[in-house]
Write a protein that binds this ligand. Structure first.
Ligand SMILES: *[C@@H]1O[C@H](CO)[C@@H](O)[C@H](O)[C@H]1NC(C)=O
Ligand SMILES: *[C@@H]1O[C@H](CO)[C@@H](O)[C@H](O)[C@H]1NC(C)=O
Length: 814
């Protein structure tokens, strides 16, 4: 007894008073202060009395047994603490646990089931259950009661959030008032039973954040839920339940999801000699765009844009004045009314990379396809948008949105397509009739027939031998549903390909800047007629990039294939290529650390998309600073897919006897053996990261040390724990040391000698975006300069670096 009194005064030191531990509670064995019920069989959790710093407020609950801090995962008497140690928990004959204090019931369970021989146990999952011992061996044993049905603020692996229709239970998380007061706070996290259900974080009765509906792969607004080796996510929606569960694929990890009064956090417990803590893995909301409905109706939010809210295409601000002063609450309205007269004259604009709108007013049919979905939407005047309800595989099912569209966000990766209804008149003069691919193919085909009969004739006559190939290419291009530009438009735009408009050169032709009649600036890549080698690459590039759409990839606007001319038309990037910034003393100063980090992240996302998110697995093969272009807001866009390779989903490696790429960025196994894989791209990405951090080229010499390139130098510094010396002097003041160190660490992981050791892009992004523990890098694969010079990797003769934008490099190997 004396011990207990003493311990009460140092409550934070000792967790439980382990005077007596047991594995069950029965009608004859109760639980009192000082006793604990330990989880069976491994003893991971324990159930008992404790306080959170104030010995006058005693709670009964479940905690991790061997974790000393923030270990409470469930509390019975949440808002109802006991003020001394005389309370007792008993199991009564009807199978209910009853907590009494001074003869008053403080808390009890509410099982209505009959039980003959009830017993309470704590499972290793952290679930406190009451079962009927006599029913133990029957197959259909159901618990009389379980704590997993009544979550507090914590979601453990295997625990469900959602509705149990049969028992009319809503499992939701409820935040504590504060870290030391488990009284239910204002924030909750649970499913709303919309026609297309989704989880909301509520602040009282106000929506605060939503995850977006389950799209077959993940919640629409949480791209981090992409398949990964650590977590499995499961969503169930049927007559009996709507629920979400997560589980761990590696049982050695200790992870929990906790809701507090502002965020939902996923935390992972780490312990080592120097650090014991719950590391933050991810949070919701993630950014300002996640604040529910921040842009008002019919607008979308893009965190990389400034301002971040924009009206959907075809819509105008309801109140332009307010909108322009960044008050977006009024949202946007259609510029022109929908026709909506059944004559199908409305159209749909396809928006990509979206978190789909709030699903309160929706309608879902799992059994119809996208075309039928579109027709359904057209037939109902209040239907404003549609898309596939399930995006796995080729996509299936249909969801329609009625009325105003709320809380749409543009995602950096992992977003989905959304087709939004607008009057057909909005589409006149636009090339983007993406909402209906069949129709636009027809339009393009008609255009070709109308304006191109002569053209086709010319191709046949002029190209003669090449006729077959040409027609074939033409057909291929049409199939791609890519806008075809008229040659005259392009010659006008580029001043007849004048010298002043020339902005770069590469292995298969020149690049020109141009300006279309409507004022839009473009970059035109012109395949030189003499380049035979170029034609394959030209087609590769068109085929690949036409299918790719991502904010961190340069956008192909269209192409032109007329007579001898083969042209690719891209959006023009005002700020040219990354190398012109980071390798330039004065321009480098414009790039503070935040900008550089933003760029690193953007490139990573673009590459992730190429490697894992686009339908084809694409290996870029020539990632480098001069192939990263910057738009007016200095957002990075990966360009130049001339030598990229596309693979089917599961092929991950290829071999070539024509090594192309750029010296200084090539992974050793690629340069030497011609083996390329996503891991050789990762290598190039690692090099690029180091260059961005230090502002020097990998192939430049360092500190007079003739045998080391940049990677070698970085490795040497890392080993001496002087990695910060790598830092470009112009960012020393603006940088966040921990972020820089993390980036250097990750970059060294990317350039490791052995491809298998290098991380994938998914984990690169996870590592960059969280504080998770990183493994130590092994020795990088780098060549001392000497060896390369002796080899036949001729590096310079084909490379012309433009001072402005597109730079093309094609390097002939052996
Ligand atoms: C919730 O947790 C986050 C992350 O740890 C923290 O920044 C925030 O202050 C917490 N909110 C409250 C109300 O305690
Ligand atoms: C359109 O859909 C809404 C929502 O489902 C429904 O209430 C309305 O009756 C439909 N209108 C027509 C004309 O079908």
């Amino acid at each position: 007894m004396r011990i207990i009194v003493y311990l009460l005064f140092v409550p934070s030191l000792i967790v439980f008073i382990a005077a007596d531990t047991s594995f069950n509670i029965t009608q004859t064995k109760s639980l009192s202060y000082g006793n604990t019920l330990v989880s069976f069989p491994q003893g991971i959790f324990e159930f008992g009395f404790f306080n959170l710093g104030n010995p006058k407020k005693i709670y009964l609950g479940i905690r991790y047994k061997n974790i000393p801090l923030q270990n409470v995962v469930w509390v019975a008497n949440l808002g109802n603490p006991i003020n001394d140690s005389s309370a007792i928990l008993k199991l009564n004959s009807s199978g209910n646990l009853i907590l009494t204090h001074n003869n008053k019931v403080v808390w009890s369970t509410n099982s209505q089931k009959e039980a003959q021989n009830p017993v309470a146990e704590l499972l290793d999952s952290g679930n406190l259950v009451i079962r009927d011992e006599n029913a133990r061996n029957s197959n259909q044993e159901e618990y009389l009661w379980q704590s997993f049905d009544y979550p507090s603020d914590t979601l453990l692996p295997g625990m469900k959030v959602g509705w149990d229709h049969k028992r009319k239970l809503n499992h939701q998380l409820v935040a504590w008032k504060s870290w030391d007061d488990p009284t239910p706070g204002d924030f909750s996290w649970g499913f709303a039973l919309n026609p297309f259900p989704e989880i909301y974080m509520m602040n009282g009765t106000k929506k605060y954040h939503r995850v977006g509906p389950w799209n077959g792969l993940r919640f629409s607004g949480v791209p981090e839920m992409a398949p990964n080796p650590v977590y499995l996510y499961e969503f169930v929606s049927n007559k009996e339940e709507v629920s979400y569960t997560w589980t761990l694929q590696q049982s050695s990890l200790i992870t929990r999801v906790v809701l507090n009064q502002t965020t939902l956090q996923r935390r992972q417990y780490v312990w080592s000699d120097i650090d014991v803590s719950w590391k933050l893995y991810s949070t919701l909301p993630e950014d300002e765009c996640d604040n529910y409905g921040v842009c008002g109706a019919n607008a979308y939010c893009s965190i990389s844009a400034s301002p971040m809210c924009e009206c959907l295409q075809g819509f105008n601000p309801t109140s332009p004045e307010k909108w322009n002063s960044m008050d977006w609450s009024q949202g946007c309205v259609l510029k022109h009314p929908l026709s909506c007269n059944g004559s199908n004259t409305d159209e749909f604009i396809k928006h990509i990379d979206m978190k789909v709108p709030d699903t309160t007013y929706t309608w879902v049919d799992e059994n119809i396809d996208l075309d039928a979905c579109r027709d359904k939407c057209l037939k109902n005047c209040s239907c404003m948008a549609y898309t596939n309800s399930n995006i796995s595989g080729k996509g299936s099912g249909c969801v329609l949105w009625f009325g105003q569209l709320f809380d749409i966000k543009v995602l950096q990766t992992g977003g989905q397509d959304l087709y939004i209804r607008i009057p057909a008149s909005e589409l006149v003069n636009r090339e983007e009739r993406q909402g209906h691919s069949k129709r636009s193919t027809i339009i393009i085909a008609t255009t070709v027939v109308a304006t191109g009969t002569i053209l086709l004739f010319c191709i046949i006559v002029i190209l003669g031998v090449r006729r077959k190939i040409a027609v074939n290419i033409e057909r291929q291009l049409e199939d791609m549903d890519l806008p075809l530009f008229d040659l005259l438009t392009i010659t006008t735009a580029t001043n007849d390909f004048s010298l002043e408009n020339k902005i770069g050169q590469g292995g298969f032709g020149w690049v020109y800047k141009g300006k279309l009649d409507n004022g839009q600036e473009i970059a035109v890549k012109r395949l030189s007629s003499s380049s035979d080698q170029g034609i394959d690459e030209f087609i590769t590039e068109v085929k690949l990039i036409a299918k790719l759409q991502h904010r961190n990839l340069v956008k192909l606007l269209g192409c032109c294939f007329q007579g001898e001319e083969k042209l690719l038309i891209y959006e023009y990037m005002v700020n040219g290529s990354l190398d012109s910034f980071i390798f330039d003393q004065s321009k480098g100063k414009l790039m503070d650390w935040q900008r550089r980090f933003h760029i690193i992240f953007g490139i990573a996302r673009g590459l992730l998309y190429l490697h894992e998110d686009s339908r084809l697995r694409i290996i870029h093969r020539d990632l480098k600073a001069s192939n990263v272009l910057l738009d007016e807001k200095l957002n990075p866009k990966i360009s130049d897919f001339g030598i990229a390779r596309a693979f089917g989903g599961d092929q991950i490696e290829g071999n070539t006897n024509r090594v192309v790429g750029t010296y200084g960025y090539m992974a050793p196994e690629y340069a030497v053996d011609g083996l390329f894989s996503i891991k050789s791209d990762i290598f190039s990405f690692g090099i690029l990261m180091i260059e961005i951090i230090c502002g020097n080229k990998n192939r430049a010499l360092f500190h007079g040390n003739q045998t080391l390139n940049l990677v070698g130098y970085a490795w040497a510094l890392w080993k001496e724990q002087k990695a910060l010396q790598l830092l470009d002097s112009s960012i020393k003041d603006s940088c966040i040391i921990s972020e820089v160190l993390r980036c250097i660490h990750v970059s060294l992981l990317c350039v490791q000698q052995c491809p298998n050791d290098r991380p994938t892009m998914t984990s690169v992004i996870q590592m960059l975006g969280s504080e998770m523990e990183l493994v130590e890098p092994k020795e990088p694969g780098f060549f001392p300069r000497r060896i390369v010079d002796e080899g036949n990797l001729s590096s310079d003769q084909n490379q012309v670096t433009s001072n402005d934008e597109l730079t093309i490099t094609s390097l002939k190997g052996r």
